[in-house]
Design a binder for this molecule. Structure first.
Ligand code: ADP
Ligand code: MG
Length: 485
């Protein structure tokens, strides 16, 4: 490895290109289905295949989704767009060109807010453009042949391109996490990186700190998890610094990530810039967007995560951490607000949602929009605990499992049935306290002489006498008063 002192003189610069598959039912330019995992080559009409005489037609919903994402990132929506043909040969590209956007991306500029170590920063975007995906080459089924599945060809993507405005692997990690959250929040992409709905190319360079000019970049292709984005960038940064420190020069390359050992390897050196011979697709009319159309999409946007975090802090007094966790997804935030409508114990709602309920959901692999526990039932549970009738850990371990089975249940009825309700009637509690004290007169004297540790013994006795039904807070208050008299 390189020496710490020398590596500290360098700064990394990163630009990310994220491809997000839009959650439309049909492809970008024809009605073929976009279903994941269909039998190979079953969704390949003549338009997908680019047969002579076939004509593409733009999917309106895909355009709307691209604009949604652009508006959410504060981009300028470009009102006059055209689609361009990006010409290259590859077996999984049936038409011999990809329909993309070249000089007129549908969204220009914009920013994405990231939080790293509690600090918020806006990452500058270059553009978001619409394009179609290619098919898939499959190398690991047949030992001697590459198989081609063209189902994915023509699937709508947006490519979200940052400026070289990220400066560490952690920032890149936070950025992709945020992009995934945003596309899911807006409903424009399912964000599933395992299925390839979200893929990332990382452009990485290093330069001496204080240097204005960007260093030579390397592009690491097709990173299919957020962890891999981080690992690939970490590896590249160390590798490049090592090359420079040993007197070498960085060559511009396209590299690939090897997840088995968290390293990258060369795919190809960039000999010269590719000549894609872009030109406007003559089969597609330019896309002209009116102000009223853009406005109509804008007013339909849900409140965005950053704004909702602010709102949760102001309206419900949540701390920044809880607010951020609750805004992890739109269904989570909606569940919080639905529950907060039934109780003013907001902090408890957050604690329940981020603690026992989240553990349960993780365990069964569900999301908040699939949770069978009604928000008002959770509110009832919280009220019961607040009233001292129920103990939190008993509620979490015994009652919650009964409430999430999808059947509507009354919290009080379940607690009564399980016999876990706490008694907080002062007379009954006092009687239990008195019984405990009366059973150990010698311990009372020892306690009063200063052996304060004996308090646990009394509490234990009360627990036993009350069969665990005494509200521990109230009981210990009473006990202290009586013993310290
Ligand atoms: P290309 O034509 O090779 O695709 P672009 O200029 O379009 O390159 O940039 C692609 C991505 O690479 C963008 O996200 C951009 O911010 C990033 N990028 C460009 N130059 C550098 C650099 N020297 N270091 C890091 N990232 C860079
Ligand atoms: Mg590129």
């Amino acid at each position: 490895m390189f020496e710490m002192t020398s590596s500290n003189q360098y700064e990394a610069v990163i630009g990310l290109e994220v491809h997000a598959q839009l959650a439309t039912k049909s492809k970008l330019f024809c009605s073929d289905a976009t279903t994941f995992g269909a039998a190979p080559n079953t969704h390949i009409s003549p338009i997908t295949m680019g047969h002579p005489g076939s004509l593409p037609k733009t999917n309106k919903l895909a355009v709307e989704y691209a604009i949604k994402m652009g508006l959410a990132c504060g981009c300028t929506i470009v009102k006059e767009n055209y689609f361009a043909r990006k010409n290259y040969f590859y077996p999984d590209l049936p038409k011999g060109y990809q329909i993309s956007q070249h000089t007129t991306p549908i969204c220009a500029g914009g920013t994405v807010q990231i939080t790293v170590e509690g600090k918020k920063r806006h990452v500058q975007l270059n553009r978001i453009h619409l394009e179609e995906d290619a098919g898939k080459s499959i190398h690991d089924i047949d030992p001697t042949h590459t198989l081609i599945d063209l189902n994915r060809a023509g699937t709508p993507l947006i490519e979200i391109v940052t400026e070289p405005d990220l400066f560490s692997a952690d920032e890149a990690f936070a950025y992709v996490t945020e992009i995934r959250k945003l596309v899911q929040w807006l409903g424009v992409c399912d964000g599933n990186m395992e299925e390839g709905s979200l893929r990332c190319d990382a452009n990485v360079s290093v330069r001496l700190k204080g240097e204005k000019k960007l260093g030579t970049k390397v592009e690491v292709k097709n990173l299919n998890s957020i962890r891999n984005v981080k690992k690939a960038i970490e590896f590249e940064i160390s590798r490049m610094i090592e090359v420079l420190e040993s007197g070498g020069t960085i060559t511009q390359q396209t590299r690939s990530f090897d997840a088995s050992n968290d390293t990258t390897f060369t795919m190809r050196d960039k000999e010269e810039a590719n000549d894609y011979r872009y030109f406007p697709d003559p089969d597609l009319a330019p896309l002209v967007l009116s102000d009223s159309y853009i406005h109509a999409i804008k007013i339909e946007l849900p409140i965005l995560p950053a704004a909702l975090e602010e709102k949760l802090m102001k309206q419900y007094q949540l701390n920044a951490y809880d607010a951020a966790q609750i805004c992890e997804s739109l269904p989570t935030a909606q569940y919080f607000e639905a529950t907060a409508a039934h109780t003013n114990q907001y902090k408890s709602v957050a604690n329940w949602m981020l603690g026992p309920i989240k553990s349960y959901l993780n365990e069964v692999g569900l999301n908040y929009n699939q949770l069978a526990l009604e928000p008002n039932t959770l509110a009832d549970l919280i009220q019961l605990i607040d009233a001292g009738q129920l103990n939190f850990s008993v509620a979490a371990s015994k009652i919650l499992p009964q409430l999430v089975d999808g059947q509507k249940r009354d919290v009080l009825a379940v607690a009564t049935e399980l016999n876990v309700l706490q008694v907080n009637d002062a007379d009954i509690l006092e009687a239990w306290v008195d019984t405990a004290i009366a059973s150990m007169p010698d311990k009372v004297i020892e306690y009063q002489k200063g052996k304060k540790g004996l308090i646990g013994l009394f509490i234990g006795a009360i627990k036993k006498i009350s069969k665990g039904q005494a509200d521990p807070n109230k009981v210990s208050d009473m006990l202290l008063k009586k013993l310290n008299k």
